[in-house]
Design a protein around this ligand. Sequence first.
Ligand code: 0WE
Length: 258
Amino acid sequence: MLDLSGKNALVTGIANNRSIAWGIAQQLHKAGANIGVTYLPDEKGKMEKKVAELVEPLSPSLFLPCNVQDDEQVKSTFDAIKEKWDSIDILIHCLAFAKKEDLTGGFSETSRGGFNLALEVSAYSLAQLAGAAKPLMKQGGSIVTLTYLGGPRAIPNYNVMGVAKAALESSVRYLAAELGEQNIRVNAISAGPIRTLASSAVGGILDMIHHVEQIAPLKRTVTQLEVGNAAAFLCSDLASGITGQVLYVDAGYEIMGM
Ligand code: 0WE
């Protein structure tokens, strides 16, 4: 059976009750994991309050601000993990950002700054967090990140995020190759489009969801909890032989050619 009891799991990327990271956190908790949560701090502390209220039912034993663009915050996060947990078993990476202007129009119009920002936050942060978690994954571990079909394929307007997801998926393979000897597994889940805070800010997301509902073998989109179940599986001993992979949780959309 899927059992994560006794495992310490850090979940990044929860912004609200629609976040895929929230679906993952709930299913890891349901499987018995001890949960830690990081959030992106803002000036007014609105995000802290909102996410704290949301995750309260999971009684997280760690709740920390962590902006990956600030090395100090990442250090503080893992110092706190060392202090409170001593070791970590599961790292969930659900972080991405691109400038809104870079998610529309021509990819050739992407600025250097926009390109660097998207790759820093959406791809480098996986290696950054994996590097920080590595010395604390003493009994091995599982790292799971979220990706999207716009990495390996060209999807209209996904643009610089597609390049970032391609870098992220490659990072999964290089990290899996490096960390395997420490029994740390690294995998990605490629989720189909879901209405979240991030995707709702994108023009035409509803049309994309309707398209997937027509084409995907299951004739529907997936839910945050379905992604959460796949993440719980990848983090469990049931997936002990799986590393370096991209697992599609997309109602089968990716297999279709016409
Ligand atoms: O990875 C994503 C979303 C990533 C994202 C979304 C935003 C919107 C608000 C990253 N940065 C920002 N920055 C903002 O200012 N998805 C897989 C969802 C998504 O985003 C798209 C999609 C889909 C699907 C963008 C264009 C086309 C399709």
